[in-house]
Design a protein around this ligand. Structure first.
Ligand SMILES: NCc1[nH]cc(CCC(=O)O)c1CC(=O)O
Length: 318
């Protein structure tokens, strides 16, 4: 196949959400493609698409995410635009993506993974360990909530959402004593100085695919596939495929209390995973390793093992 590259008159259309982080991720994708194919910025068009997750009313700041129903909250409308051909490629935080893609779309491209850790953010305290008994934690993430309750059942959790600026304002207003964000998002926004400290993996295992940009396109779009192949980062891909297989086996989403992190060393992939009861009263952990070529199988088998161990109703609120 001869590749007909995009031009300013017939640009490659890149779809993204409109948040500052989403735009930064779309620009990174565009810049990597421009460099790989020696193209001008004008050969790309960035199309902002509003998703349910961006709808202010739908997602009023005090409404818990779990009530809204969240499979594909930040991705559905963008996937539909890709299928219609309104855009050619869709740039996502892989962490926000359901484990299955709609018929006709493929998710095969991942950019080099950023810092996978969560950030601790507070103007009063240096770290989780430094929080006094009964301190108030602002988060909307079921995973972070359950992990915190597991190690610090004395803490009080309040619902907390919004972009970095909103959260910092809420902290300044005393709505909570601390909050949490992914280090990757802060880094990509050039705001890593807003993190009070980075939380080590042993203290808080990150969400599946945290810190990884994933790019989706139509399964039959040979040009986009060929272009994306040039910017794919293989190791990040193996790691995310392993973690997402784990999540899929558990039938989880970005808002189930599930955490997992795969690492690669000398051709071997190692996965650590955990599931928690929403109130943090129980945490089941697993760990295993395999050849990198078995990344998906490793994730699935560890997920199946934990699922069997958990039994019915593990994720139910009680
Ligand atoms: N669910 C929201 C979301 N999706 C991706 C990121 C950060 C970037 C990433 O993890 O790739 C965030 C915010 C956060 O958790 O702080």
């Amino acid at each position: 196949m001869t590749l007909t590259l995009p031009t300013p008159d017939a640009p490659l259309k890149i779809g993204t959400r409109g948040s500052p982080l989403a735009l930064a991720q779309a620009y990174e994708t565009r810049d990597r493609l421009a460099k790989a194919f020696d193209l001008a910025e004008a050969a790309f068009h960035i199309e902002v698409i509003k998703t349910t997750g961006d709808d202010r009313q739908m997602i009023a700041a005090d409404r818990p995410l779990k009530e809204i129903g969240n499979k594909g909250l930040f991705t559905k409308e963008i996937e539909e635009a890709t299928l219609r051909g309104d855009i050619d490629i869709a740039v996502h935080s892989t962490k926000d993506m359901p484990t299955e893609q709609p018929e006709g779309l493929v998710l095969e491209t991942f950019l080099p993974r950023e810092d996978v850790r969560d950030a601790f953010i507070s103007t009063k305290y240096a770290s989780i360990a430094d929080l006094p008994s009964g301190a108030t934690v602002g988060t909307s993430s079921l995973r972070r909530r359950a992990q915190l309750m597991q190690i610090r059942p004395d803490l009080k959790v309040v619902e907390f959402r919004g972009n970095v600026q909103t959260r910092l304002q809420k902290l300044a207003d005393g709505v909570a004593d601390c909050s949490f964000l992914a280090m990757a998002g802060l880094t990509r926004l050039g705001m890593v100085d807003k993190a009070t400290s980075a939380i080590e993996i042993d203290e808080m295992l990150p969400a599946v695919a945290q810190g990884t940009i994933g790019i989706e396109c139509r399964a039959d779009d040979a040009r986009s596939k060929a272009m994306l192949a040039a910017i794919h980062h293989a190791d990040s891909g193996h790691r995310v495929i392993c973690e997402r297989a784990f999540l899929r086996a558990l039938d989880g989403s970005c808002e189930t209390p599930i955490a997992a992190l795969a690492t690669i060393d000398a051709g071997r992939i190692k996965l650590r995973g955990e599931i928690l009861r929403p109130d943090g009263s129980q945490c089941l952990r697993t760990e295993g390793e395999a050849d990198v070529s078995e990344a998906e199988t490793l994730g699935r088998s560890l997920g199946e093992t934990l699922l069997a161990e958990a039994g019915d109703g593990f994720f139910d609120f009680r």
